[in-house]
Design a protein around this ligand. Structure first.
Ligand SMILES: Cc1ncc(COP(=O)(O)O)c(C=O)c1O
Length: 505
């Protein structure tokens, strides 16, 4: 039943009122409600600038909300059934950083799946926490990582009873979910907090029929990217909190360390509007888009060379649940890699997919998806199939060793250790000081403290050759490693490291 309070948009209403007031601005931002003539204003229009205000009086303060921001956050918490909600203007990245940094002190253990987003890895560096990584299950056909099982988590929790928290992704980029209710119960039984990354699951809170949301499953924190699936502006997310074990003040304090002191009114207003829309129309709209996604899968499965994976497929891969809004398209007998297909779709057909891997491309079906867009994709794939499909094309499956690199040091220790810059090719056996990843998805192939292996280096070089965007410290073929020879503090890690090297290289 709709709670009538959800019809309100306190921040957006206050913003509209402010814009109409005929203010003479002497505050920042310096365009003073659009009194500039630049090409962006001509492109975006007057109102974007008029509504881009700071206005401490009347529009509250995100760093210390007591007025309309607070009201809007309370409505957000209500919509998600959470105790509290904190608006984020630096994406879910900020929520993940803040929740891990608040829960974990230096050297505290946290259990994480190794295929987590770079924000979780960066949170380890910032907090000084010690990761206990668990490997996800692999889909060897698509060459993608899904979830670890609940049992994998239980094993890690039992072997590390001193861990303070577990971190869970709900869902993965490709839509895989685990049995979160069971996992939360097991973690809480062991006195560990549950921190969820719901960057790709902001819609779960509004869908009774899909995978369960982290908050409903009992998680303590969840960061949800409303901008990814629910129509708020890019960068706007929410940190949901559902625990009494961490105080409001502690989490807000950490959020404010990470926050600008000049939050964007446009981003905040967009969260307010997206929440109202979803609270009022969410279920109907989500039913519609899942129907659209199913329609897309049906049509794509008729095209030689392409297979759209559905819930049954992920079930066979051992996933507990699946987010049907993810459009995972496998390539089969097509004379293209996923990376080439991704580029071709954009360059020739004006179709922008979310990401590519070697044998797969991913589309996000979200609140803005249209049948017309799906029909465009289907007709482009038909055209591509007619040119590139052949039964004779065999893919070199299992191209790479998919093991994650061995961990030698805590990420923060490696981050602070002395740096040496060397050629990637010469890095076998060396400890990385950096995270290297393809973006998207932004899941690091190696993180600070892990050891470069030969297969990993081949893997990184292959990604460079595809033209995918690689995030790393250098773009000249070098990487940053720990300078073991010139590090006085290295002695105490030496023996352990030699053991890790012996076992893994
Ligand atoms: C799994 C995952 N977690 C977290 C994030 C960070 O979310 P945001 O872009 O909202 O900061 C992303 C972004 O792509 C992601 O894919």
């Amino acid at each position: 039943m709709l709670d009538s309070r959800q019809k309100k948009t306190p921040f957006l209403d206050a913003l509209k009122k402010y814009v109409k007031e005929g203010i003479s601005p002497f505050d920042v931002p310096g365009h003073h409600m659009g009194n500039v003539s630049n090409s962006l204003k001509r492109f975006l229009g007057e109102m974007t600038f008029k509504a881009d205000v700071n206005a401490p009086r009347g529009l509250d303060n995100l760093n210390h909300p007591t007025g309309v921001v607070k009201e809007a956050e309370e409505l957000m918490a209500l919509a998600y059934d959470a105790k509290e909600a904190f608006f984020l203007i630096n994406g879910t990245t900020q929520g993940i950083l803040a929740s891990i940094m608040t829960v974990c002190k230096a050297n505290d253990k946290i259990i994480l799946p190794r295929n987590c987003h770079k924000s979780a890895i960066n949170a380890l560096t910032l907090s000084g926490a010690m990761p206990v990584f668990i490997a996800p299950k692999y889909d060897l056909d698509l060459e993608i990582a899904n979830q670890p099982s609940v049992n994998d988590y239980i094993e890690a929790m039992d072997s590390n009873p001193d861990a303070v928290a577990i971190f869970v992704i709900n869902p993965t980029y490709f839509g895989a979910c685990l049995d979160l209710e069971l996992l939360v119960k097991e973690a809480h039984k062991r006195n560990m907090l549950v921190i969820a990354d719901e960057a790709h699951g902001a819609h779960f809170g509004f869908n009774e029929y899909g995978p369960i949301s982290a908050i409903k499953a009992g998680a303590d924190f969840s960061s949800v990217s409303l901008h990814k699936t629910l129509g708020s502006l890019t960068q706007s997310s929410v940190l949901l909190m559902n625990t009494d074990k961490i105080s409001h003040y502690d989490i807000l304090k950490t959020l404010n360390i990470l926050n600008t002191t000049s939050p964007s009114s446009l981003l905040i207003a967009s969260l307010d509007a997206a929440r109202k829309y979803m609270a009022l129309n969410g279920q109907i709209k989500l039913n519609d888009i899942i129907n659209l996604a199913n329609y897309a899968r049906k049509e794509i499965n008729r095209i030689p060379g392409f297979k759209a994976c559905d819930a049954k497929y992920f079930d066979k891969q051992g996933c507990y649940d699946y987010d049907e809004t993810k459009l995972v398209i496998e390539l089969d007998n097509i004379d293209l890699t996923g990376f080439e297909l991704y580029n071709l779709l954009k360059d020739k057909y004006s179709i922008q997919m979310e990401l590519a891997e070697q044998y797969v491309i991913l589309g996000i079906i979200a609140i803005g998806s249209k049948k017309e867009h799906i029909d465009n994709l289907v007709s482009a794939l038909k055209d591509i199939s007619s040119k590139y499909f052949s039964e004779n094309i065999k893919y070199p499956k299992y191209r790479f060793d998919i093991k994650y690199p061995p961990q030698a040091l805590r990420p923060r220790t490696a981050y602070h250790a002395p740096l040496k810059k060397i050629k990637l090719d010469e890095a076998v056996g060396k400890i990385s000081k950096e995270a290297i990843m393809v973006y998207p998805p932004g899941i690091p192939l190696i993180i600070p403290g892990e050891i470069f292996t030969k297969p990993l280096i081949e893997h990184i070089k292959y990604y460079y050759s595809t033209g995918a965007t690689i995030i790393s410290d250098y773009d000249d073929g070098n990487v940053s490693i720990v300078d073991e020879e010139n590090w006085e503090g290295f002695e105490k890690y030496k023996e352990d490291l030699e053991n890790v090297r012996k076992i893994s290289l």
